[in-house]
Design a protein around this ligand. Structure first.
Ligand code: FAD
Length: 188
């Protein structure tokens, strides 16, 4: 599953969910798996449904979506959506790669291996976590974390991020530049 698609709607009303809303494992909408725009469309839909039951005004999901503000119009102190959570997490992950030892001791490698194992189980967007685990566990072993050195680990993290970029239809990042982006800064 990916956080870009809707999950089956177990809501009592059986109304179709706005595009991009992902349900949690308990069947309720998952905030950290859904973009803020889709979340707003969902809350508008619920508002319109409840006002429709008390008035004669016509309401549709299309109207709800049309009233959705862009993410930049939203206050900054709201719970994170899937995109804000993702950006913050990639900053943490690439920064961990950027500060990784040039040559890592066995203990350091084991610590990072453990971190990535638990991270991929506990990441708050469950559909993202599931896909990330599946990618890491590719039967060929080719996607296992490369932890011997900063260069290896930074490149691996860049490839992991590109895997998600591809899934979401985003542009791939040229991994030759990961260190300039996350460690040294851009050369003039
Ligand atoms: P981001 O992808 O967040 O990137 C932030 C910055 O990193 C970019 O501006 C760029 O400068 C740099 N960058 C981009 N690519 C690379 C790279 N390959 N290497 C190094 N630097 C790079 N969202 C979903 O909707 N569905 C998912 O299934 C999903 N899975 C995720 C799994 C994980 C493990 C994580 C951490 C996030 C996931 N996300 C998912 C969130 C998604 O990856 C983005 O973070 C989110 O869509 C916001 O994207 P963005 O375009 O702002 O930039």
């Amino acid at each position: 599953p990916t956080a870009t698609g809707s999950k089956p709607n177990d809501d009592d009303s059986k109304a179709p969910l706005p595009k991009g809303v992902v349900l949690d494992k308990d069947g309720k909408p998952c905030r950290t798996c859904t973009s803020v725009a889709s979340w707003r469309a969902l809350t508008k839909q619920a508002d319109m449904k409840s006002s429709a039951s008390t008035s004669t005004t016509t309401s549709t999901p299309a109207l709800a979506a049309a009233a959705t503000p862009s993410p930049s119009e939203l206050p900054s102190d709201c719970p994170p959506d899937v995109e804000q959570l993702g950006r913050s997490t990639w900053t943490l992950l690439h920064s961990m790669a950027a500060t990784y030892p040039e040559k890592a001791s066995t203990e350091h490698q084991n610590n990072m291996q453990g971190f990535l194992k638990f991270f991929s189980k506990l990441y708050p967007c469950w559909v993202c976590a599931d896909d990330f685990q599946t990618w890491m566990a590719h039967p060929s072993g080719r996607n296992q974390p490369k932890l011997g050195s900063r260069k290896e680990f930074g490149w691996w993290m860049c490839e992991a991020h590109n895997e998600v970029n591809r899934k979401l239809g985003k542009k791939e990042f040229d991994c030759r530049f990961w260190e300039e982006r996350w460690r040294s800064g851009w050369k003039d």
